[in-house]
Design a binder for this molecule. Structure first.
Ligand SMILES: Nc1nc2c(ncn2[C@@H]2O[C@H](COP(=O)(O)OP(=O)(O)OP(=O)(O)O)[C@@H](O)[C@H]2O)c(=O)[nH]1
Ligand SMILES: [Mg+2]
Length: 491
C-alpha cells in the first residue's frame, strides 16, 4: 500500500496508539495476533481450540515452551480494548465440547486476552522473575481486509475494475440484472435517492449471488455490503459503481458525484477506522483458507481463492506500511496462511494440501512482488472431527476416515441423523499441484479437480481421563501454528 493511504492525522493517531500499546507492553509484554479468513473459513473454531488446548494442557508436542514444561500457568484475562466485543470463548467451547455442535457464525470483530507465565529458556533471563506474555487474539472478517486496497483507489478506478470483473466467467451471469440497470443509468442526471438505492440494491444482490454461488467462492469489496451491521441503510452503504464518464467530470449535483461522495464516505467511516484501530496494531497474523472447499467447488473457485489471497497478502507486504513502520517501528512480521479442516483428509494428504496451498501463496507472493520472509504455510485442523482407519476391499487395504456426519448430511442416497458413525473414503489430492495450476492457466473450463470429501462431521466426542475429566480438543498441527505465531516470544 502506498503511504498516501493514510493521511498525516491518521499516522499521528496510529503513532499515538502504538506508543500507548508499547508503553503498556513494557509493563506487560503483549503480542497482538490477528486471526482472519473469509466467512466460514474456521476462525471461531481455531481460536476456541487454541485457547482450550492452552488452558487444558493439550497435546502440543511441537509447541516448544509447553512441551519442555516451561509454561507454568495459562489464564484468560480482561482484554485491554473496552470498545471491542469480547470473543465469547465460553459459549463457543460449550457448543463444541458439550453439545458437540459447531459454534454460530460470528460476523464482526472480537477480542480475547490469554496470558502465559513461563520460565525463560536462557539461563540469563531466568535470573530475572518468571516471564509473562499476554496474547491479544483479534478475530476479524477477511472481508474487511479485502476492503483495504480501496483506500488507494478513487471512485473511478473502483468502478472500472468492479465492472470489468463482473463481465468475466460465472460472474457475467450473476451480474446481468445489475449491469443492465447500470448501463441504462445516466450518470449526469441530477442525483436521486431512489435511483441510488435501486442501484445499490442490485449491486448488493450481485455481490451476494457471487458469494453464495455453488461454483465460486468469490468475495468482493466492499465487504460491508454483505455484513452491514449497524450501518445498514446509511448513505455510506448506499452506493454502487457506475460506468465512468468518457470525458470530463460530471457536474456537482449529478448521480455520479453523489455516488463518488458516498464511496469516499465508505472509506472514511468503515475502512479507515478498521485500518487505524485494528489492522495497524497487529504484530502477527494468521489467515485461514478453506482450500478444500474451493477445490470441491471447481476451477473458478480455486482461481477466485487465489485472487482473494493475493489481495489479502498484499495488505501485509513488507514495506507497504513502510511509512508506518519507519514512523512507528511496528509491522506485522509473521504471517501464517493455514489451510483448515485437514481432518477431512487422510494424513497422507495433509502434506499435499499444504503443498497446494503453498503453491497458491507462492503465486500470490510472486504476483505482488513480495519477499517470502516471514510467511509460512500449513495445513491444519483446529478440531479433529475424524479418526483414521483402513478397510479391506477386493484384496486391497484402503484408507478411510471415520466420524459422525451431522444431522441431515447425505452421502449418496443415505441420510444421516447426527448420531451414527460412518467411514468414508476421503479422496486424494494430487501429489504435485503443479499440473493442476498449469491446467488452470491454460484451460480452466476443462480441468477436472480431484474429488475430496465434502461431508460435514460433528465435532468429536472428547476422551476422558481415568478421573472422568475431559481432555482437550483434538487437533492436527495446531501446535505447529502456535510455535510459528508466538513460540519465539516465549524463548
Ligand atoms: N472438521 C472440521 N470442521 C471445521 C474445522 N474448523 C471449522 N470447521 C467447520 O467450518 C465451519 C465454520 O467455522 P467457524 O470457525 O465458525 O468459521 P468462521 O471463520 O468463524 O465463520 P464466520 O464467523 O461466519 O466468519 C464450522 O461450523 C465447521 O463446520 C475443523 O478444524 N475441522
Ligand atoms: Mg466466526
Amino acid at each position: 500500500m502506498p503511504p498516501s493511504l493514510t493521511s498525516f492525522t491518521d499516522d499521528a493517531l496510529i503513532a499515538f496508539d502504538n506508543l500507548a500499546d508499547r508503553a503498556a507492553s513494557l509493563v506487560n509484554p503483549t503480542i497482538r495476533l490477528g486471526v482472519t479468513g473469509l466467512s466460514r473459513s474456521g476462525k471461531t473454531v481455531f481460536i476456541s481450540s487454541l485457547v482450550h488446548n492452552l488452558l487444558n494442557g493439550g497435546r502440543l508436542p511441537l509447541f516448544e515452551a509447553v512441551q519442555s514444561g516451561r509454561v507454568s500457568s495459562v489464564q484468560l484475562e480482561p482484554q485491554p480494548d473496552d470498545a471491542v466485543p469480547r470473543f465469547q470463548y465460553e459459549d463457543h467451547i460449550r457448543a463444541l465440547v458439550k453439545e458437540r455442535i459447531w459454534p454460530d457464525s460470528t460476523r464482526a470483530i472480537s477480542e480475547l486476552r490469554i496470558t502465559l507465565q513461563y520460565q525463560s529458556a536462557s539461563g540469563w533471563n531466568r535470573l530475572f522473575s518468571p516471564g509473562r506474555l499476554s496474547i491479544d487474539i483479534v478475530d476479524y472478517p477477511g472481508e474487511w481486509l479485502l476492503d483495504l486496497p480501496l483506500l488507494g483507489k478513487d471512485y473511478g478506478t473502483f468502478s472500472e475494475e468492479t465492472l470489468a470483473l463482473a463481465q468475466t466467467g460465472i460472474r457475467a451471469e450473476l451480474s446481468r440484472d445489475w449491469l443492465a440497470l447500470t448501463e441504462a443509468t445516466d450518470i449526469d442526471k441530477p442525483a436521486d435517492e431512489m435511483q441510488a438505492r435501486d442501484l445499490s440494491q442490485a449491486f448488493t444482490a450481485y455481490l451476494r449471488a457471487c458469494k453464495s454461488d455453488e461454483r465460486s467462492l468469490s468475495t468482493l469489496p466492499p465487504g460491508r455490503f454483505l455484513l452491514p451491521g449497524d450501518l445498514d441503510g446509511s448513505p455510506a452503504l448506499t452506493f454502487a459503481p457506475l460506468i465512468p464518464p468518457k470525458d470530463g467530470h460530471p457536474s456537482r449535483g449529478s448521480l455520479w458525484a453523489m455516488m463518488e461522495r458516498r464511496y469516499e464516505a465508505y472509506k472514511a467511516v468503515v475502512v479507515k477506522p478498521f485500518f487505524r484501530e485494528h489492522f495497524a496494531r497487529l504484530d502477527r497474523q494468521i489467515v485461514l483458507v478453506d482450500a478444500l472447499q474451493a477445490i470441491n467447488r471447481g476451477p473458478e473457485a480455486v482461481q477466485d481463492l487465489e485472487r482473494a489471497l493475493t489481495d489479502v497478502l498484499a495488505c501485509f507486504r513488507p514495506g507497504t506500511n513502510s511509512l508506518l513502520s519507519s514512523l512507528l517501528g511496528r509491522r506485522i512480521d509473521r504471517v501464517l496462511v493455514a489451510a483448515t479442516k485437514a481432518d477431512h483428509l487422510h494424513h497422507e494428504s495433509h502434506d499435499r494440501l499444504e503443498a497446494l496451498t503453498r503453491r497458491l501463496v507462492d503465486r500470490a507472493i510472486e504476483r505482488i512482488g513480495m519477499a517470502g520472509a516471514g510467511i509460512d504455510v500449513m495445513a491444519l485442523a483446529s478440531v479433529r472431527a475424524t479418526r483414521e482407519a483402513t478397510v479391506q476391499r477386493d484384496g486391497h487395504t484402503l484408507p478411510v476416515i471415520v466420524g459422525t456426519p451431522m444431522d441431515r448430511e447425505t452421502i449418496g442416497d443415505e441420510t444421516f441423523d447426527g448420531l451414527r458413525k460412518t467411514a468414508i473414503f476421503p479422496g486424494d489430492l494430487p501429489e504435485n499441484p503443479k499440473w493442476l495450476f498449469e491446467a488452470l492457466e491454460s484451460n480452466p473450463a476443462n480441468v477436472h479437480l480431484p474429488d475430496v470429501n465434502v461431508v460435514r462431521f460433528r465435532p468429536p466426542e472428547l476422551d476422558e481421563t481415568g478421573g472422568g475429566i475431559k481432555l482437550s480438543v483434538p487437533h492436527i498441527r495446531l501446535d505447529r501454528a502456535m510455535q510459528f505465531l508466538f513460540g519465539d516470544r516465549l524463548a
